[in-house]
Design a binder for this molecule. Structure first.
Ligand SMILES: [Zn+2]
Length: 230
């Protein structure tokens, strides 16, 4: 039997999978709801992000529109902010919230926030680890005995991926915290809009929690396998 058909694997994989689905549902519910709620300030996401960046002196960080749904991100190598069309043009609580969150990452970069820098530093290692892990994973599908030989390497590689996801969590929560602080300080979001911004950003953060739980469980499964083979 192939290792991945191990019923024990399902025991470790299913909770993470369900949590991931639940987080996605919660996010699409919160985002769907608050992307229908217009902001009092009438700002678009792009304008709000621009104001947050400018007020921090980050006038050289461009805010650009990109295709895709919730494809919003800050690119530290380009020092540029990319917003999905919905959030770039949207004059809603959700659009302004997401846009400010991405600007929050630019603020972390500017402040040399330690966890942000650390996360950025381990990106190449994480990319290598996840590719190498996939390689071992596919070898394991066809040659189960070989996978057993590589189990310790697989654990080491997967630990790097898990560490990356672990560091991502505080970075994401901190970006949202900075975003909310600036949105209220600059008056881009009013008191009664606070809860909506928080709900959207908390729901987005939950997807990272789900990804981490899923990875930790997968890592535990690999460790259980390694023990079993000793
Ligand atoms: Zn983020």
């Amino acid at each position: 039997m192939f290792w991945y058909f191990d019923p024990l694997y399902l025991l470790f994989a299913v909770p993470g999978l369900l949590l991931g689905i639940w987080a996605q549902i919660k996010l699409s519910h919160a985002y769907g709801k608050y992307s229908q709620v217009p902001v009092d300030s009438g700002m678009t996401g792009a304008e709000a992000a621009r104001q947050v960046l400018d007020s921090a002196g980050l006038v050289n960080v461009p805010v650009e529109e990109i295709p895709g749904h919730l494809s919003d991100h800050y690119d530290p190598t380009k020092r540029a902010l990319f917003l999905s069309s919905d959030n770039f043009h949207g004059q809603t609580v959700a659009a302004v919230g997401v846009a400010a969150h991405e600007a929050g990452h630019a603020l972390q970069h500017q402040a040399s926030y330690a966890l942000f820098d650390f996360r950025m530093a381990i990106v190449p290692a994480t990319q290598f680890a996840s590719m190498a892990y996939m390689g071992i994973f596919f070898v394991g599908i066809f040659f189960q005995a070989l996978f057993a030989k590589f189990i310790l390497i697989a654990i080491a590689l997967f630990s790097i991926t898990t560490l990356f996801q672990l560091v991502t969590l505080p970075v994401e929560y901190d970006a949202s915290r900075r975003a909310k602080e600036q949105l209220f300080r600059l008056g881009l979001v009013h008191e009664h809009e606070r809860a909506g911004v928080s709900k959207v950003l908390d729901a987005a953060a939950l997807t990272y929690v789900a990804a981490l739980v899923s990875s930790v469980l997968q890592l535990l499964y690999l460790l259980t396998m390694a023990r079993g083979r000793r």
